[in-house]
Design a protein around this ligand. Sequence first.
Ligand code: SF4
Ligand code: SF4
Length: 307
Amino acid sequence: MNDSLKIKELAKACGFDACGITSAECLPKDSHYLQQWLNNRFNGDMAYMENHKEKRANPKLLIPEAKSIVVVLLNYYSKLQQQPDVPQIAKYAWGKDYHFIIKEKLKELLSLIQSEVKPCNGTAFCDSAPLFERRLAERAGLGWIGKSTMLINPNLGSYCFIGELLLDIELEYDQPIESKCNNCEACLNACPTKALLKPFSLNASKCLSYQTIELKSDIEKDILPYSGLKLFGCDNCIEVCPWNKKAIQNNTTQLQPTIDFLSMTKKDWENFSRSDFKRLFKNSPLQRAGYKKLRNRLNQMGFISNR
Ligand code: SF4
Ligand code: SF4
């Protein structure tokens, strides 16, 4: 078994659902695309997207010794559902914050590679460095970037987190697979705010994920009529993707929602307090929005009064 195959076995043993390996070479096309995207101001208030543009396109500027990138996927799909008439939270945020879960697993993987494959140095990332993560996953043969701009894995669909381990050793690399979106445009048709302007083009500033999470102020007036019961994030374009019909229940303990959260009724949300926020969403991605933004949104949706 070659070193790359051994690493993939170890990634499975660490709990990852898929693993691919690519070189740390540049991604020049994405750099051009990012610049156009920024010129159009599709990043909204996310000024940090304008930083480290060179590093995004060239992982070696981030880690000069990097030769290979091990890319991993962690499935977060849950077949459970919230009550349909309550404020909705995107599935990725139902458990503990994935950044920590993935980084911990990647560190475990690095230590196994060092002891069972060969001595090397490595650095783990998950949404924590300027890297074109989806493109790296695509280049590592883990799927294709769909018209929704999400990575679609042929076995897992798009309910996946992506993590990377940059290593200073050469390995055998995977080949990208072709897009299988074909004539489908379900994600574009399902987008309530038309943030998906055309295939592969997302105006993030109009996306409900941005509006309900990243935007410091309340949802903008022109987006509000399309925001429905979205409290934190939006899964519309993911839910309709035919490749997600194959999605399977994740088995990562830290990603499981609590019964207390899933069983929340309208009445529970009407009485949502700071202590509920602390109790239900400790170490959760919802901390990124914070209690005040959630409360303002609940007020906007008519669940609570801020008076
Ligand atoms: S997350 Fe929602 S608002 Fe954003 S692109 Fe997808 S469907 Fe549109
Ligand atoms: S919904 Fe259709 S077009 Fe959109 S990403 Fe999925 S397969 Fe591709």
